[in-house]
Design a protein around this ligand. Structure first.
Ligand code: AMP
Ligand code: GLY
Length: 423
């Protein structure tokens, strides 16, 4: 079968790397892809929100299955577009329709859904410009720190955690007067939860589900989890505190009620559900849902799946996940993200990357790279994810660190302490 992956990051390279190993694959395309996906697929330049361009690529290349990597095309309704076009209607899209993508596209929707289906999450209230005064009063009743979330997609920047009530009140005013554009028309204010976070990934066909290996990502730019938030500086899998007892609770209290809730809402969800979890006093609670895989989590999750993942995705498309399972590699995997100097602030693009040929015993997933002539150059803030296996996390980490040292580009930066709490 011919497969198209939409997106251009490390997540999409890791998905491509895994799908390329399937005997069921005929041709693999990634759009727009990066210099790394060229090694296992054909890249096609397009804007993933230009659905007519996607349609053209799908028809011209006889694509039968599309995996949507990032959230933006999902929340723009790409799956609904496929269903509305006669030539695309029978093509499998891995990624929910708009109503399901709202689990990520609207924090207010996600919170209402969790409350309705008794899924453990922080207590909250939502406010709009019309209820600003109620929102300001609500803040006075909470204990610090204060958690404010723009309802809509805000490229990972829509969550503010503030220590002072006066600060929280002035941020609420700013958010409700357009600081995040339309995404902030509604603001969710929620109780602050204290605990350790991890990510659990579920693949569902709308009836049944598979739980993929769990992961933990490291979002802050600085070692010891300090400094600004980024898209993710590294990840590990497995997560030692996500033991059998914890994962059983996740399945019973979160995964099953989520799948059942989607069914009751009449949402035919086909795709990934990313559970952003926090362990509070031993109990799992949901911080957020995403309607896609995580990045850089995918760069550790895909290497830990031993079976044919395309076969699993095909079964998902047919609504036949029930007969499938995930065979997990016992080894640990860690990934270290190499980023451009200045990231997550301003950074340069177009710097030559050298040393990629010297890598041994790691998999280099490209994130922000492109080919310029014969050279691989930087093309984004997160540049490369260096993933390694080990008999434990410490060994996996050592291999990634050793290989990261060999890859050189101007201003390169990375965290040396990925997985530090577990070593
Ligand atoms: P989100 O975009 O909802 O995942 O939020 C970004 C980050 O903010 C999360 O990964 C958490 O670290 C933090 N966060 C969000 N909500 C809460 C909460 N209720 N309590 C504590 N931390 C939170
Ligand atoms: N690594 C977090 C995310 O993909 O949203």
């Amino acid at each position: 079968m011919n497969v198209l992956i939409l997106g251009s990051g490390g997540r999409e390279h890791a998905l491509a790397w895994k799908i390329a190993q399937s005997p069921k694959l005929k041709k693999l395309f990634v759009a727009p892809g990066n210099a790394g996906t060229l090694g296992c697929a054909t890249n096609i330049q397009l804007n993933t929100e230009d659905f007519q361009a996607v349609k053209k690529v799908v028809v011209e290349n006889s694509i039968e299955l599309v995996v949507v990597g990032p959230e933006v095309p999902l929340v723009a309704g790409i799956h609904d577009f496929f269903l509305s076009e006669s030539v695309l209607r029978n093509i499998t899209v891995i990624g929910p329709t708009l109503n399901g993508a709202m689990l990520e596209g609207s924090k207010d929707f996600a919170k209402k859904f969790m409350v309705k289906y008794n899924i453990p999450t922080a207590a909250y209230s939502s406010f709009t410009a019309d209820s600003l005064n109620e929102g300001l009063a609500f803040l006075t009743k909470l204990n610090p720190p204060y958690v404010l979330k723009a309802d809509g997609l805000a490229a990972g920047k829509g969550v503010l955690i503030l220590d002072k009530m006066t600060e929280a009140q002035s941020e609420l005013k700013e958010m409700l007067s357009g600081k995040f554009g339309k995404a902030g028309n509604t603001v969710v204010i929620e109780e602050f939860l204290s605990g350790i976070e991890c990510s659990v990934f579920v693949l569902t066909d709308g009836k049944d589900y598979l739980i993929l290996p769990e992961a933990k990502d490291y979002k802050r730019i600085g070692e010891g989890d300090t400094g600004l938030n980024t898209g993710g500086m590294g990840a590990v899998s497995p997560v030692p505190f996500a033991d059998k007892e914890f994962m059983d609770k996740v399945e019973k209290r979160i995964v099953i009620p989520t799948i059942e809730g989607l069914k009751k809402e009449g949402i035919a969800y086909k795709g990934f559900i990313f559970l952003g979890l926090i362990k509070v006093n031993g109990e799992p609670m949901v911080i957020e849902y995403n309607a896609r895989m995580g990045d850089p989590e995918t760069e550790v999750v895909m290497p830990r799946i031993k079976n044919d993942f395309l076969e699993v995705l095909i079964a998902c498309g047919k609504g036949e996940l029930k007969g499938q399972n995930i065979i997990t590699d016992e080894r640990a995997v860690c990934t270290i993200m190499m980023v451009a100097g200045g990231y997550p602030g301003e950074y340069k693009k177009g710097d030559r990357i050298s040393g990629l040929d010297a890598i041994s015993d790691s998999i280099v997933f490209h994130a922000g790279t492109k080919l310029s002539g014969n050279e691989v150059v930087t093309n984004g803030g997160r540049v490369l994810a260096v993933s390694s296996y080990g008999k434990n996390l410490a060994e996996a980490l050592e291999k990634s660190k050793m290989n990261v040292e060999k890859i050189v580009f101007e201003g390169r930066n990375w965290r040396r302490d990925i997985g530090y709490e577990f070593l």
